[in-house]
Design a protein around this ligand. Structure first.
Ligand SMILES: *[C@@H]1O[C@H](CO)[C@@H](O)[C@H](O)[C@H]1NC(C)=O
Ligand SMILES: *[C@@H]1O[C@H](CO)[C@@H](O)[C@H](O)[C@H]1NC(C)=O
Ligand SMILES: *[C@@H]1O[C@H](CO)[C@@H](O)[C@H](O)[C@H]1NC(C)=O
Length: 303
C-alpha cells in the first residue's frame, strides 16, 4: 500500500513537471530521418475502410485523443503482435481491422470531426512503423465514425487525411525521431511518387513553440547521427490541414487555408500543396496536421 502511494505521488509530480515545461517552452526541433534503410513496409494499399459498426462513448474522448501518452498506450499491442508474427508466422502480415476509435458507432461530437485526425493519422503512422500491412478504418460509411457522412455521403475530415496518406506516403517506412515536445508526432515514409520522402507531422500542442528542421541521418545503426545533408534545395510541398474557424470539432477541414468541399459535379476537389523554401523550418500550426514532401531528400532506402 505504502509502495502504491509513493508511485502515485511520483507520477503526479512528473506530470506536473511536464505541464510546466510545456507552458514555458520554446524549442527548435530537429527531426532526424534515418534514410539508409527502411524499418518496415506496408502493403501498397495501406489505407482501408470497413462496413460495419459497434456499440459506448466517452466524454473525455476529445482530450484523450490529443494526449500523446494515451495514444501511445496501444503501441505495445501492435509491437507485440509484430514480434509474434516475425517469430512464428513470417509468411503472414498484421492488419488492423475495424478500427473506429470509439465504441457505440463513435462519438457524435468527435469521430466525424477534424479532431479525430489526432487519433486516426497517428494510428496510421504508428501501425505502419510497427510493420502492419493494412489499416482498416471503421467505417467507410455508417455510425458517427464514417469517413463519409452517413446521410449526405459528404467526406468527413478523416477522408481527406486518408486520401492524402494514400497519395503521398509510399509503403516503405523510415525511422524518425525528434528532440521536440511529445505533443509533436512525426512519421516519415518514402514518397509514393519518387523521389524523396514525405513526412506526416501532427501538432497536438496548443502551447509549446517549435520550428522543425529536417535532418538526413545517413547512419543506419546509431542514434548519434552524422549529418550529411539538410532537407535539400528543391521546393518543399506542404499540405496543411486545419479545422474550419479554428474549431477542431468542425466537420470541415481546410487544406492550406481553403475548405475542402466537393466540386459542383460532386467530385473530390484537387488537393494541391503549397511550395515552401526548404531552407525555412516547417511550421505546423497548433492542433493541425501537415504532410510535407521533400523531393530531393536523398534517402538510399527509397531509391
Ligand atoms: C452528417 O451531416 C449532417 C448535415 O450536414 C449533420 O447534421 C450530421 O451531424 C452529420 N452526421 C455525422 C454522423 O457526421
Ligand atoms: C505547434 O503548435 C504550437 C502552438 O500551440 C506552436 O507554438 C509550435 O510552433 C507548433 N509546432 C511546430 C513544429 O510548428
Ligand atoms: C491546451 O491543451 C491543454 C492540454 O491538452 C488543455 O487542457 C487546454 O484546455 C488547452 N487549451 C486551449 C486553449 O485549447
Amino acid at each position: 500500500m505504502g509502495m502504491i502511494r509513493v508511485i502515485g505521488c511520483c507520477v503526479l509530480l512528473s506530470l506536473f513537471a511536464e505541464a510546466i515545461s510545456i507552458i514555458n517552452a520554446e524549442e527548435n526541433v530537429e527531426v532526424r530521418v534515418k534514410s539508409v534503410t527502411s524499418i518496415a513496409k506496408t502493403d501498397d494499399n495501406f489505407v482501408c475502410a470497413t462496413l460495419d459498426w459497434w456499440p459506448r462513448v466517452d466524454k473525455n474522448l476529445i482530450h484523450r485523443i490529443q494526449d500523446p501518452f494515451f495514444l501511445s498506450q496501444v503501441a505495445k499491442t501492435y509491437s507485440d503482435l509484430s514480434k509474434v508474427i516475425e517469430e512464428f508466422g513470417p509468411w503472414s502480415g498484421a492488419w488492423v481491422g475495424e478500427a473506429g476509435g470509439a465504441y457505440n458507432s463513435g462519438s457524435k461530437d468527435v469521430s466525424h470531426t477534424f479532431a479525430n485526425g489526432f487519433w486516426y493519422l497517428d494510428q496510421l503512422g504508428m501501425t505502419a512503423t510497427l510493420n502492419h500491412k493494412v489499416y482498416c478504418r471503421q467505417t467507410f460509411i455508417g455510425g458517427n465514425y464514417g469517413l463519409l457522412n452517413t446521410t449526405s455521403f459528404i467526406p468527413n475530415p478523416d477522408y481527406y487525411g486518408a486520401l492524402l496518406w494514400h497519395r503521398l506516403m509510399g509503403p516503405s517506412v523510415l525511422s524518425v525521431n525528434h528532440n521536440g515536445s511529445p505533443y509533436l508526432r512525426v512519421y516519415s515514409h518514402c514518397s509514393r511518387n519518387k523521389p524523396g520522402v514525405t513526412l506526416l507531422i501532427i501538432n497536438m500542442s496548443n502551447s509549446t513553440s517549435s520550428r522543425i528542421s529536417v535532418v538526413n541521418d545517413m547512419n543506419p545503426y546509431t542514434t548519434n547521427m552524422e549529418v550529411s545533408n539538410k532537407g535539400g534545395a528543391k521546393l518543399r510541398g506542404e499540405y496543411h490541414l486545419t479545422p474550419k474557424d479554428g474549431n477542431i470539432q468542425s466537420d470541415v477541414v481546410l487544406l492550406n487555408g481553403t475548405p475542402l468541399m466537393l466540386t459542383r459535379s460532386n467530385d473530390i476537389p484537387r488537393l494541391k500543396p503549397k511550395f515552401m523554401d526548404p531552407t525555412f523550418p516547417i511550421l505546423v500550426p497548433p492542433q493541425s496536421f501537415v504532410f510535407a514532401t521533400l523531393r530531393d531528400f536523398n534517402a538510399p532506402a527509397c531509391a
